[in-house]
Design a protein around this ligand. Sequence first.
Ligand code: UDP
Length: 239
Amino acid sequence: NKSKVKLKTILLKLSGEALQGERGYGIDAVIIAEIAKEIKEVHQMGVKIALVIGGGNIFRGLSASTQGMDRATADYMGMLATTLNALAMQDALERLGIDTRVQSAIKMQELCEPYIRRRAMRHLEKNRVVIFAAGTGNPYFTTDTAASLRAMEIHADIILKATKVDGVYDKDPMKHTDAKMYKHITYLDVLRNELKVMDSTAISLCKDNKLVICVFNMNKKGNIKRIVSGEKIGTFVSD
Ligand code: UDP
């Protein structure tokens, strides 16, 4: 199994919505268990796995601020939401027997570790899955940017950006039947055409540091395994 692995360290970015399933809010226990199973398969191949999970299934700072709430306060609430998701994912992974550590960008020492880069890397060396919670720890950022930042810090080979569709399209594939999927696209094209891959801060960070992003369909079982084995599925974003 291990000889087939092409990508040794991955950072998997899941949106909060990936955990809510059909419920429209919160965390679906069945869905999170399924995602944990997918992660376990890849973990068993010897791949080092870091996770960043969003919080949009619980709270989004920007939407609360458009209803009048102070943006920074709303964003801190959003960061707490990501931590709820991180703890739920830790539980789901550990129920499958995978050692997991949550590290938060905002200290919550009673429930998880603070983010310490070297410690995170040590966990990865010991084959623990590391979940980075609370985004970057700063308001006005997103968990996509947190994913890019942490991926860089831990020297991940790639960011795997999980979505509900197969990759990046020229128009919304949910609305247009003739939407075309790109197999490869440059960072610049993503920025120029404002394609919904990740926000521009996250894309710029990846561009400046040449970190490859693979946008793929998380709803199809075995996809992460295929990518780490070198199969070219989804859309690759690079120079
Ligand atoms: N957030 C933030 N700083 C960060 C990461 C997240 O303020 O570094 C807040 C922001 O309010 C955001 C919320 O946390 O709306 C949830 O994260 P995000 O929207 O990225 O989650 P996703 O869309 O991936 O579910």
